[in-house]
Design a protein around this ligand. Structure first.
Ligand code: P6P
Length: 344
């Protein structure tokens, strides 16, 4: 990984030159996000030292116990983003309703949705966790307060998306739809430096990532797919490897670099799966597709789903195109078999 001292701000400006109508607002927005990421990274990396770990005792909108770092990251992002004059509204996985821009600040033309600290249940185990963000252009009239409709746009309408993974190093990955770029934070001088130029997800890879503890709740088609790939060596094929961190940002980052497939399916207990469309699946699908991969809900493209509510969940099968196509084939064949059986 050669670092050529291409800083994130310079890269964003160079990317922006590709868009003749660019006003610099999106660049400033991404710059503010990077600043927030540096501050959150500082806290995440010293969490083990400061009494910031442990439960607050509060629950978030989904009834999950919230750790202090979730709240810290949520508050930090709002404080960093609400006064830049680029946003008309925000929405956070940690907040039930949309977040308005304070009246004293200029209202901009973009919409920001974020998961402030995904994978937070892993904080105490020092497993990589991350921030995920998704940016849209507003659809409501300029100069007015942003609306829920501004936040409920299809994933194909995103103008940018990215994540920051706080792991052995802090890496920010973003795309504006053309090319995916990774920057590693150099703590020595607090700058994100280009370390992964134009990431392309490997077309083929024999890595699958799913919580097999839920096996008995899966649809038959998914069970058949997993059994099929686990029997690769019976067909004299190279065997697959199972990798599951349980932190979506970390699992997707590995998936993006090494290829393979990440799956969080619907099952008998969770008919829509667990992961949120607006804060996790849409941004990750936008990134993976920009890197040459695919992302479906089991049948349809994630980015084409018309959102109905802010915190809706969707099943997700995301990664190398070949792997996503293969699992889709198993799921559709199973659906046809079930339809035939139900008629007989
Ligand atoms: P499970 C973390 O809690 C998270 O929201 C994602 O980051 C991760 O992919 C998923 O849940 C893990 O869920 O049910 O396998 O523990």
């Amino acid at each position: 990984m050669s670092i050529n001292f291409m800083t994130l701000p310079r890269h964003i400006l160079e990317q922006e030159k590709k868009y003749p109508g660019a006003t610099g607002e999106l660049s400033a927005l991404l710059h503010d996000l990077a600043l927030a990421a540096k501050v959150i990274s500082l806290e995440v990396n010293k969490a083990g030292l400061v009494d910031i770990l442990g439960f607050t005792g509060d629950n978030n909108v989904h009834g999950e116990q919230v750790k202090k770092l979730d709240i810290y990251a949520h508050d930090m992002l709002i404080r960093a983003m609400d006064h830049g004059g680029h946003l008309c509204v925000m929405a956070s996985e940690e907040e039930e309703n949309i977040i308005h821009i304070p009246q004293k600040h200029k209202i901009g033309k973009y919409v920001l949705l974020f998961d402030p600290l995904d994978g937070s249940s892993n904080i105490d185990a020092n497993v990589s966790i991350g921030t995920i963000f998704s940016i849209y252009r507003r659809i409501s009239p300029d100069g007015t307060p942003g609306t829920l409709e501004d936040c409920l746009q299809k994933g194909v309408e995103q103008v940018a998306a990215g994540y920051i993974v706080y792991g052995s190093s802090t890496i920010l990955v973003y795309t504006t739809g053309e090319g995916v770029f990774g920057f590693t934070l150099d703590p020595a001088f607090g700058e994100f430096l280009l370390s992964h130029d134009n990431i392309r997800i490997p077309e083929k890879a024999r890595i699958y990532s799913i919580n097999e503890g839920n096996y008995k709740y899966w649809r038959t088609g998914l069970k058949k797919y997993i059994k099929y790939i686990q029997a690769a060596d019976d067909r004299d094929e190279k065997p697959y490897s199972a990798r599951y961190i349980g932190s979506m940002v970390a699992d997707i980052h590995r998936n993006l670099l090494y290829g393979g497939i990440f799956i969080y399916p619907a099952d008998k207990r969770n008919p829509n799966g667990k992961l949120r469309l607006m804060y996790e699946c849409n941004p990750m699908a936008f990134i993976v597709e920009a890197a040459g991969g695919k992302a479906i809900d089991g049948k349809n493209r994630i980015l084409e789903i018309q959102p109905k509510e802010l915190h809706q969940r969707v099943p997700i099968y995301i990664g190398s195109a070949e792997a996503v196509d293969m699992v889709k084939k198993f799921l559709i064949e199973d659906e046809i078999e079930e339809a035939v059986h139900s008629k007989n």
